[in-house]
Design a protein around this ligand. Structure first.
Ligand code: ASP
Length: 349
């Protein structure tokens, strides 16, 4: 009887091992389905839902997200770098008044438009950023030249603008960034009795949203890159800088793990070091990109800010897997894979 039990036990162990090796094999097969290249973008998170969006506006956002991601997709398809894809894709979004970056930047308390941007190269861990600029048409281009042509990582204010001029970037009159809709947002926030040192995204204010733009890409050479560009938060004061130009908070890229761009209430993204935390969970704990992004955006971030840690991220891992994780009602977002399949989303479905 005892012998029979032993035989059963041995058989059980053998069967378990077989099952385990089957699982491993499947995992390996998933790994081997590595995308040649892929790209993911966001145009900000916030109160974005069907009820508060007109069909015309929805079409405008859809068209612009598609136009932007196709620019990056074509660069990647033709063998270009993820850095170029990220920069040029963001340029399209910066030139649109729809988003809170470049042309459509939100207003500060004093009625100015002050831009922050950053970009990171996952191959070298080189990075560039700029903050508080008011005259540089495309702040992501400034972040790129800071990375490529200066010994520094972040430049700010007037000094950053001088560097941009020296580098031959396009300089515009600050009035270029003034849009009617963002002026109205400033008035609305200033009139809000709820929170004097206010911010634009308020879960109770319909239509409020962040609107920062970002992009993450994997190129055919196996290199990851990420970039983010923003006007910050409506009604910001005293030279406030958000997470978008902070490497590790608003942007992070590392070929060993992933490339991430954030959008949301910057103060909490800085304190949570959101972009780097996702990479660190993959690196140290062996989580997948999907697991790491969920843990940070749905679990860790809301706890930092008593529920005020609102926002989301887009990210891509070294195998081309893409995630778009947010804890707000919606996030403007799009992906394209190496088969040319396009996905565009806004709402939480
Ligand atoms: N994260 C940005 C900031 O805090 C805002 C945004 O995502 O729109 O400056």
């Amino acid at each position: 009887m005892k012998n029979l039990a032993l035989i059963f036990a041995v058989l059980f162990v053998i069967t378990s091992c077989k099952n385990e090796s089957k699982i491993n094999l499947e995992d390996t097969q998933v790994e081997s389905k590595k995308a040649e290249f892929s790209i993911v973008i966001h145009g900000g998170a916030g109160y974005i839902n069907r009820e508060s969006m007109s069909p015309e506006k929805e079409a405008e956002y859809t068209q612009k997200l598609e136009e932007a991601i196709k620019v990056g997709y074509n660069i990647l398809k033709n063998g270009g770098t993820s850095l170029d894809a990220v920069e040029k894709t963001i340029n399209v979004l910066e030139d649109s008044p729809l988003f809170n970056s470049g042309r459509g930047a939100v207003f500060t308390h004093e009625g100015r438009n002050e831009h922050d941007a950053s970009i990171m190269d996952g191959k070298t861990l080189n990075a560039g950023a700029s903050s508080g600029t008011q005259t540089v048409k495309n702040p992501i281009n400034l972040a790129r030249v800071v990375m490529d042509n200066s010994p520094h990582v972040m430049l700010s204010g007037r000094g950053a603008e001088t560097f941009a001029e020296e580098q031959g970037l396009e300089i515009v009159n600050p009035s270029y960034f003034s849009t009617e809709s963002k002026l109205k947002s400033l008035e609305r926030v200033k009139n809000s009795e709820k929170d004097k040192v206010s911010v634009f995204y308020d879960p109770e204010i319909k239509n409020s949203k962040f609107g920062t733009v970002g992009c993450a890409a994997l190129d055919k050479h196996g290199n990851l890159a990420a970039g983010t560009s923003t006007g910050g938060m409506t009604n910001k004061r005293w030279g406030r800088i958000g997470d978008s130009p902070i490497i590790g908070a608003g942007t992070y890229a590392n070929n060993n793990t992933c490339a991430v761009s954030s959008t949301g209430w910057g103060e909490y993204f800085i304190r949570g070091l959101v972009a780097y935390d996702i990479s660190a969970l993959m690196d140290y704990k062996g989580l997948s990109l999907n697991e790491a992004a969920k843990e940070v955006i749905q679990n860790k971030l809301p706890k930092i800010g008593d529920g005020k840690g609102n926002g989301g991220i887009i990210a891509i891992d070294k195998n081309g897997n893409m995630v778009m994780e947010f804890n707000t009602p919606g996030m403007f977002r799009a992906t394209m894979n190496d088969a040319g399949e396009l996905y565009i989303g806004m709402y939480n479905d």
